[in-house]
Ligand binder design. Structure first.
Ligand code: NAD
Length: 344
């Protein structure tokens, strides 16, 4: 293998420590971690030290270091767009930005312009969209010629600690104080937008594969402590999206499509879990086919980054598609705002 591709992390928190670094470790010598930047110096330096990398509390060294060919953006959502664009301006070969790519359509448009100018390949961390079993089973559905009548995406998760504790020993940071009491409309709107851009967005690329137009948002409810239940109805199909966390029950993450002659049913692996792909059943009159792989979406995502950087392969999910995915999530959030205001 030719030399390892150098990565610089912007944000060294749970997702860097418990998702990306373990996923990269399964890919042999493909990548090496060169730098870790975090506003918290303890996190930056301890995470960097574990990988023989250099820690910093400022982003500039990541942009300026030519050994950093790929920037992995794992900071809080509000910083994503600015950091993607700075990576483009620095002439990086690729950026893997955690979801969401940005928090507004204006930011997404500015990213498009910066990436076109620099030629930087942009990947978004929507891991299920890269899951090899998902891709194969979606293509098998398309070959049936069937179309979706109903799409159901249901995400029920315990706290992230359950996964991060199993994946790694996180560098400790103090926990924030929890808020309690009744929520007014503006808080509900903020929570629902956060849920669309934080949780629902994981599977928006999948939803759009089967239910491409949002249509009309028929209902939307906030589910305490943090979750949503909504129904969007387009001309040919309906999508029901539910998410709820943290629960005390085991995780359940499903994606189901009912068509005119087929049913497509997936049990998806939750975030942080490095235990292979989704398990998907495609059932029709000729029987049931099962799709499953030992490789998960995060590993495929990093393999795709490697293929782009080493061989110039186009990203499997074009930036334009990722921007449309984000726009769909933002349209849902706007529709929810409208329904919550109307109900108040
Ligand atoms: N793909 C997935 O499965 C998945 C799962 C969970 C979260 N995420 C996404 O990953 C990102 C990071 O999630 P997390 O749970 O690690 O978040 P977090 O907020 O717990 O941690 C992010 C880290 O970024 C640091 N930080 C704060 N401001 C920064 C800045 N300006 N620049 C660089 N670092 C900064 C924080 O100190 C912290 O260590 C989020 O965007 C989230 O939406 C993805």
């Amino acid at each position: 293998m030719s030399k390892s591709i150098g990565i610089g992390f912007l944000g060294g928190g749970p997702v860097t420590q418990a998702i990306h670094l373990p996923a990269i470790a399964t890919l042999g010598e493909s990548f090496r971690t060169v730098r870790v930047m975090d506003v918290n110096p303890v996190v930056a330096n301890e995470v960097a030290a574990r990988y023989g990398a250099i820690g910093s509390t400022h982003a500039a060294p990541i942009y300026e270091d030519p050994a950093v060919e790929v920037v992995a953006i794992c900071s809080p959502n509000a910083f994503h767009a600015e950091q993607v664009m700075a990576s483009c301006r620095a002439g990086k070969k690729a950026v893997l930005c955690e979801k969401p790519l940005a928090v507004s359509k204006e930011e997404a448009a500015a990213i498009r312009e910066a990436a076109l100018k620099s030629g930087t390949a942009i990947f978004v961390g929507t891991m299920h969209a890269y899951d090899p079993a998902y891709v194969e089973a979606r293509d098998a559905w398309r070959q049936t010629g069937d179309s979706a009548i109903q799409v159901r995406n249901a995400i029920f998760l315990p706290t992230n600690d359950v996964y991060t504790d199993q994946a790694t020993e996180l560098v400790p940071v103090p926990a924030p104080q929890r808020q309690s009491g009744l929520l007014d409309v503006s808080i509900k709107k903020t929570m629902m937008r956060g849920a669309m851009l934080g949780l629902a967005i994981h599977d928006i690329p999948l939803v759009r594969d089967f239910h491409p137009n949002m249509g009309q948002l028929k209902s939307a409810s906030f589910l305490p402590p943090f979750g949503y239940s909504l129904v969007s109805e387009a001309e040919d199909s309906t999508a029901e999206l539910t998410g709820l966390m943290p629960g005390v029950w085991p995780p359940k993450w499903t994606f189901e499509v009912v068509g005119r002659s087929h049913r497509w049913y997936a049990e998806m692996p939750p975030s942080y879990v490095m235990a292979g792909s989704a398990r998907i059943e495609l059932s029709g009159s000729s029987g049931t086919r099962v799709f499953q792989s030992g490789t998960n979406g995060y590993q495929k995502l990093w393999q795709a980054v490697s293929d782009t950087v080493r061989h110039g392969a186009p990203p499997p999910i074009p930036l334009e598609t990722a921007i449309d995915d984000l726009a769909f999530a933002l349209d849902l959030a706007d529709g929810i705002d409208h329904l919550l205001e109307k109900a108040a």
